[in-house]
Design a protein around this ligand. Structure first.
Ligand SMILES: Cc1cc2nc3c(=O)[nH]c(=O)nc-3n(C[C@H](O)[C@H](O)[C@H](O)COP(=O)(O)OP(=O)(O)OC[C@H]3O[C@@H](n4cnc5c(N)ncnc54)[C@H](O)[C@@H]3O)c2cc1C
Length: 396
């Protein structure tokens, strides 16, 4: 018996879930609101857990290499470029905070190609508004007019699926907006470099030999309209360290985006409702201060296949499989969201004056080993084994 899943949203989480489910034999349809599947966005730094999840979807060494530029976290400097925390280039550091600098478009395209190769149907130009969650051991779920054994809510931070099923959980504005750009050429150092200033952070990481991603994350009133985004970014970061000026000067004006950053404090009280499982930003939209949004989206997507798809495909019940997913994912994503808030308070959200001096002095005394040990706890995640089926009433 083939089980059917409808995934709402063809972002990183949705495509990862679609691949993972299809690999366990499910028939999967992805419904995407955009008329075309062309990922906007600039870059991101894939941490070891993101790479582990990507590999769990069946990608190999060549696929990882094709995504971007292998690098590592280099450390943090103040806005003038004076080192605050330096991570040396050692095997331990590479294992703990090794990174792949990636253009989002390449990651998204790789997931899309793999989904199609796994037999996933991707339907664009379909904005889902109606979801009936059904019951895990009873009525099927209904998405628009489609009936399904499982629905995956992967429709991002402003998720209409979440609004329908968890109306009390709403995203809030973080108080910060983020420019993101791609500059041709190699800029900054070979490692990811972050610069912290009062209520602001700038980051630079290569995403190819001759392509550099940067972000500028700053306090700003919500829905601020700027006539010239690149000009405004250059003005905001005027006087910051040399590499910041250089990468901004090398960026063409059409290569800059800015998004107001939202998050979902506390995340959802539960990641499942009826036959619906919520993943990615729809379930736990997190501040970007630890760079874990896309990483957890990949982890979630993979786990939908391993913890729900696999046991149900081999005759298990859906309800315990969904419980297993919630138990595996919610504590981890909740802890990461809390850590991201704490990291923001200490890092890019910190005010000026003595606070910066005190924080930077404390950081200069912190041994790099303490940072890499802390990172390993988050980024040392590896995929779980596929869950064993719990026998009983079949999933439909
Ligand atoms: C400034 C900033 C920097 C970041 N940096 C990093 C980083 O370095 N590393 C990292 O790991 N993460 C980073 N992130 C986070 C990361 O970008 C997101 O967390 C991640 O992309 C979430 O993926 P998703 O698939 O859940 O959601 P999305 O990527 O938002 O995808 C949701 C999809 O659902 C579709 N959709 C929406 N509504 C509907 C509907 N009604 N019907 C059908 N389809 C619908 C959308 O069109 C979209 O395609 C950053 C985020 C920000 C804001």
């Amino acid at each position: 018996m083939t089980h059917t899943a409808v995934v709402v949203g063809a972002g990183i989480a949705g495509l990862a879930a679609a691949i993972s489910l299809a690999r366990t034999g499910w028939q999967v349809t992805v419904l995407e609101r955009s008329p075309e599947l062309a990922e906007v966005g600039a870059g991101l730094a894939m941490t070891p857990n993101a790479v582990a999840a990507f590999r769990g979807l069946g990608f190999g060494d060549d696929d990882v290499a094709a995504l971007g530029y292998p690098t590592r976290a280099g450390g943090i400097a103040d806005r003038a470029g004076r080192p605050v925390l330096t991570l040396p280039d050692t095997p331990v550091v590479r294992r703990s905070v090794g990174l792949v600098g990636v253009h989002r478009r390449r990651l998204h395209a790789a997931l899309h190609r793999r989904a199609l190769a796994c037999g996933v149907e991707v339907v664009t130009g379909t904005a889902v508004a109606r979801v009936e969650p059904g019951e895990p051991e009873g009525a099927p779920a209904v998405v628009e007019e489609r009936r399904a054994d499982l629905v995956v809510g992967a429709d991002g931070m402003r998720s209409p699926v979440r609004a329908a099923l968890f109306p009390a959980s709403r995203p809030v504005y973080s108080g910060y907006s983020s420019w993101r750009g791609i500059a041709p050429g190699a800029h900054g150092t070979a490692a990811l470099q972050q610069y912290w200033g009062p209520h602001a952070e700038f980051g630079i990481v290569r995403v190819a030999e001759e392509e550099t991603y940067w972000y500028g994350y700053v306090a700003m009133p919500e829905r601020t309209v700027l006539a010239d985004e690149l000009g405004a970014a250059r003005e905001r970061f005027a006087g910051w360290a040399g590499p910041v000026q250089e990468v901004l000067a090398a960026t063409p004006s059409g290569a800059v985006l800015r998004h107001d950053v939202q998050h979902l404090p506390g995340g959802l009280p539960r990641y499942t409702n009826g036959r619906v499982v919520m993943i990615g930003d729809a379930a736990h939209g997190t501040l970007p201060t630890m760079g874990q949004g896309a990483a957890t989206a990949l982890e979630d997507g993979l786990c939908v296949g391993l913890l729900v798809g696999a046991p149900v495909a081999t005759g298990g019940r859906l309800a315990p499989a969904l419980d297993g997913f919630d138990a595996a994912r919610r504590p981890r994503c909740r802890a990461l969201a809390r850590a991201s808030i704490a990291s923001g308070r200490f890092g890019s959200h910190l005010g000026g004056g003595w606070r910066q001096t005190l924080r930077n002095s404390a950081m200069r005394l912190t041994p790099a080993g303490a940072i890499t040990r802390g990172s390993r706890a988050v980024m040392g995640w590896t995929p779980p084994e596929p869950a064993a089926p719990v026998p009983g009433t079949p999933a439909r």
